[in-house]
Design a binder for this molecule. Structure first.
Ligand SMILES: Nc1ncnc2c1ncn2[C@@H]1O[C@H](COP(=O)(O)OP(=O)(O)OP(=O)(O)O)[C@@H](O)[C@H]1O
Ligand SMILES: [Mg+2]
Length: 494
């Protein structure tokens, strides 16, 4: 595909630590967290002006799904904006709890395992042509995803069991995946979910739903995670021969690989060979390099993706983690844990190191250890604060998220009931005029403008300072005000 749509959904861990008393249970804390969202949108499942979705399912893992992006940096910016939005909600929840006589601290973690061992996800979405052969997803993409943890894992201290001492693993999610490819619900945790909900023209496209990834704190790790996956998909789509690494048992392989930091653990392929994660990644990387040399780079970060992908594979193969310990989450975090362990004479089973593991994923910009490492120059960034701040309010400029953001912001300014999802745009009073935007690459739609024009009145767009000054979370700030009273509206069709 020349242009691809990407989206990533992140579920956050949530905890409340009470001051001088027990903290709130996570579901109660979640209710506080989403109070401004419900006040704003009358629901705990809303699309917001930047085109993304905020969602609180039953349970207590608030979710943010980025708007559709067709550019990797937009995707990373939108995902990082999600963290800032959650942090803003967290600070407000903390204040509201305090006002209700429940002082304490709200913790929001962008990781995948809570202290009870429950797992929650970071789901990737890739638009692919419907013609992509399913078989190649299992022979090429699945082995790529099973081994991708060595280049994009978030790392984790695994507590001691009867069989093994405490140790450091590549991945947070690996031990929590149960199937290879399946169309079952995401609850059964297939690595690739084939549920057919393309949010696009179903005769042309599929939405590939990848459940296996770890949530990343590091922007550079995200770049290699999404960028390498996109390159592998491009090669599959181009019909490029990529060898066959189909695994005999992807689920035992993903666990086995995660727990062996030497990268030398072997797993069996369907045709009886034994391969390591390094073998699989190095082979696909080499193919990708040749593919790019032949076809050219399709975006301006391709070289950076290939370079970092290469260094990550080399770091694991040689054990020289310093090649990536400012850019890849598992290595950034491991370096910190190793230093504290050495300085304090602790072994990996020590509770203090466990706390560091969690605190790395704390999204609080001052308290979170990943952010501290960035400030100390020990972790790289790709995007500046201004870009992240824009992504809180503005949709990515090159996809239909622009249309969604415009529609819902305008409908709000007009004070009319409306519903939207990834594809649909509807005014409650005019259900027959609902507009479906199936093409995720369009950025304007005359039917939407016609529909909005029927509401009469002029809208004035507020500038960033005016949006900041509103008393709601910035992500929920109004984009327009109406400057004239509405003309008597045209009667709806029904
Ligand atoms: N046509 C598309 N192709 C690829 N990704 C898309 C497309 N349309 C939307 N997306 C992305 O897919 C993600 C959908 O997130 P959402 O959480 O709503 O979906 P879901 O996982 O199917 O639903 P749920 O979480 O309720 O199970 C978003 O990140 C969005 O940007
Ligand atoms: Mg989702």
């Amino acid at each position: 595909m020349e242009r691809r749509v990407f989206g990533v959904e992140t579920e956050f861990g949530l905890a409340h630590h009470g001051q001088g008393r027990r903290g709130l249970a996570p579901d109660e804390a979640a209710r506080y967290l989403f109070r401004p969202v419900i006040d704003w949108g009358r629901s705990s499942n809303v699309f917001i002006p930047n085109g993304s979705r905020l969602y609180l399912d039953v349970g207590s893992h608030p979710e943010y799904a980025t708007a559709e992006c067709d550019d990797l940096l937009d995707l990373i910016a939108s995902d990082r904006a999600g963290e800032l939005i959650m942090h803003d909600l967290g600070q407000r929840a903390e204040a509201a709890m305090g006002a209700d006589g429940l002082p304490g601290s709200v913790y929001l973690l962008k990781n995948n395992i809570d202290s009870q061992g429950n797992s929650y996800g970071s789901h990737e979405n890739y638009l692919i042509p419907r013609t992509t052969h399913f078989r190649r997803l299992s022979t090429v993409l699945l082995p790529f995803l099973v081994t991708r943890q060595i280049i994009a894992g978030a790392g984790r201290i695994v507590p001691a069991t009867e069989d093994a001492p405490a140790h450091y693993a590549f991945s947070q999610r690996a031990d929590h995946m149960w199937e290879g490819i399946s169309s079952a619900t995401t609850r059964s945790r297939p690595i690739i979910n084939t549920r057919d909900e393309p949010h696009a023209d179903a005769s042309v496209h599929r939405r590939l739903h990848v459940i296996v990834g770890d949530s990343n704190m590091s922007e550079t790790t995200q770049l290699v995670r999404f960028g390498a996956t996109d390159l592998v998909l491009r090669m599959i789509e181009a019909g490029q021969p990529l060898g066959d690494h189909e695994l005999e048992n992807p689920i035992s392989a993903i666990r086995h690989i995660s727990h062996d930091l030497s990268g030398r653990a072997t797993v069996r392929t369907r045709d009886g060979k034994r391969v390591t994660a390094v073998d699989v990644q190095a082979a696909l990387l080499e193919k990708a390099r040749r593919f790019v040399a032949r076809h050219g780079a399709h975006h301006d970060r391709v070289e950076q993706v290939l370079d970092l992908w290469g260094r990550a594979v080399e770091a694991v193969a040689t054990g020289d983690h310093s090649l990536i310990d400012r850019e890849i989450d598992w290595a950034i975090k491991k370096r910190l844990i190793d230093e504290v362990a050495a300085r304090s004479g602790l072994d990996l089973g020590a509770p203090r190191l466990d706390q560091i593991d969690f605190a790395y994923h704390d999204i609080h910009p001052e308290r979170g250890l990943f952010h501290l490492l960035v400030r100390r120059g020990r972790a790289e960034r790709l995007l500046d604060d201004a870009r992240l701040r824009r992504a809180i309010t503005d949709p990515p400029a090159t996809t239909r998220a622009v249309v969604r953001g415009r529609f819902l912001s305008a409908a709000r300014a007009h004070g009319v009931g409306h519903t939207v999802d990834w594809v649909h745009h509807k005014l409650v009073d005019r259900p027959l005029e609902a507009v479906m935007v199936k093409d995720p690459f369009v950025t304007e739609d005359p039917r939407i403008e016609t529909l909005l024009a029927r509401l009469g009145g002029e809208l004035l767009e507020l500038n960033p300072a005016e949006r900041e000054a509103q008393s709601v979370p910035l992500a929920l700030s109004e984009r327009y005000v109406r400057t004239q009273p509405a003309a008597p509206p045209e009667p709806p069709l029904v």
